[in-house]
Design a protein around this ligand. Structure first.
Ligand code: FES
Length: 102
């Protein structure tokens, strides 16, 4: 949350003192939603403008990475990222949103 707030403040500060180049570079990415696709038995791919921090607010450098895969099996040696270990540990997980009443 702190990372997201900081990013928003940096963007606002940049807008206040920006030229057109800054606006073209940052505003389109701020309007893109982050997308997480839950598929059976695999990691969670996260696409979009991502800030990833630990509990102390330290950030992973995701420069140049438009998408990442987060481990959801707990077996990765490179957490929080998937390293493919879910295949060797036989991770099984099905998840779907609850049915909506119509
Ligand atoms: S989901 Fe791939 S290593 Fe955990």
């Amino acid at each position: 949350m702190a990372g997201a707030c900081r990013q928003a403040c940096e963007v606002m500060a940049g807008i206040l003192k920006s030229d057109e180049g800054f606006l073209e570079e940052y505003l389109p990415t701020m309007s893109e939603p982050v997308k997480i696709t839950v598929r059976p038995n695999v990691p969670l791919p996260v696409e979009g403008p991502i800030t990833l921090t630990d509990a102390d607010g330290r950030q992973w450098d995701l420069t140049g990475k438009p998408a990442i895969s987060l481990c959801r099996c707990g077996a990765s040696a490179n957490r929080p990222f998937c390293d493919g270990s879910h295949k060797t540990v036989g991770f099984v997980c099905q998840a779907t949103p609850p049915a909506t009443l119509t």
